[in-house]
Design a protein around this ligand. Structure first.
Ligand SMILES: C[S@@+](CC[C@H](N)C(=O)[O-])C[C@H]1O[C@@H](n2cnc3c(N)ncnc32)[C@H](O)[C@@H]1O
Length: 273
């Protein structure tokens, strides 16, 4: 057993980097279930340090903090994340969720479909934040869906999950809103080392220069969107031209808008039926 204060001193002295120190505090808080203040107030506490040391080593090896801890924050809630199985939810995706909430917050009983649900972060947040929606969510990976279902249980959600490729599992069912943050990285484009090593490939890359999943969705979307319904997709800024072509080919009567994220990148496509 070690005194908490000794463990903190030893670990924090490994680097002078401020981000490193912040991350170590985060690991301390999550590993010992103590708040930042409690780490100092209870610094004489005797603790078992092996789990924490293992986590610090994983962090030094480059594993993302949220995979080490097993949870990631998204729009006021924590979601279970699993290395190699679910993507860590990104803050751009919180902007997508915010768009939907802002647009329909006063409408009750909306039906919503989330394609490529991953952790279930979009589906579950809409389920919790909107007024009695019906939310269905699809993913092509069984292992990923298992994590989404765990999140549904832990957050007391009422999302219905389906395994399959885009619209395949829902037959001809229609929705008021369709959302998707599909894999959209063109093969060969730059991707950070830690993303490549730890995040699931199925969540990152798409064929047709990143357009493959949008292609499948846009081709069939009219069959699955109610009149006056809308869809919103997270996109990569370099896909604007390719997506515009798909819209003109399959749904020329729809109005559409590309929206920038907080970093000033074109990040979302909204389709209005
Ligand atoms: C970029 S991740 C997004 C996860 C989550 N929605 C989020 O925003 O964090 C894309 C997800 O789509 C799933 N996926 C990939 N191809 C798919 C397909 N053809 N049909 C349904 N889901 C698919 C992947 O398994 C992955 O979970």
């Amino acid at each position: 057993m070690t005194k908490l204060k000794d463990l903190m001193r030893k670990t924090l002295s490994l680097s002078e980097d401020q981000v490193f120190k912040e991350d170590i505090f985060y690991l301390l808080e999550k590993t010992f279930s103590l708040s930042r203040e409690e780490l100092f107030i209870k610094d004489d506490l005797l603790i078992e340090e092996s789990e924490f040391n293992k986590r610090v080593q994983e962090y030094l090896d480059g594993k993302p903090l949220y995979y080490i801890i097993g949870k990631a924050p998204f729009y006021r809630r924590d979601f279970i994340v699993k290395e190699g199985v679910t993507l860590i939810p990104r803050n751009e995706t919180e902007e997508l969720v915010y768009y939907v909430i802002n647009r329909v917050s006063t409408s009750p009983n909306l039906s919503i479909l989330d394609i490529g649900t991953g952790t279930g972060c979009i589906a579950l947040t809409l389920d919790k934040e909107l007024n009695n929606p019906l939310v269905d969510a699809i993913d092509i990976s069984l292992e990923t869906l298992e994590v989404a279902k765990e999140n549904n249980k832990e957050l007391n959600g009422k999302v219905n999950f389906f395994l399959g490729d885009c619209f395949a599992p829902i037959n001809d069912k229609k929705y008021d809103i369709i959302v998707s943050n599909p894999p959209y990285i063109k093969r060969g484009n730059f991707v950070g080392e830690s993303v490549l090593k730890y995040e699931p490939e199925l969540a990152l890359f798409a064929e047709e220069d990143g357009l493959a999943i949008y292609h499948k969705i846009i081709k069939d979307i009219d069959k699955h969107l109610n009149d006056d319904g809308f869809a919103i997709f997270e996109i990569s800024p370099d896909l604007e031209e390719g997506l515009t072509k798909l819209i003109k080919e399959y749904i020329p009567s729809y109005s559409y808008e590309f929206i920038k994220d907080i970093n000033n990148f074109v990040r979302f496509l909204v389709l209005n039926k």
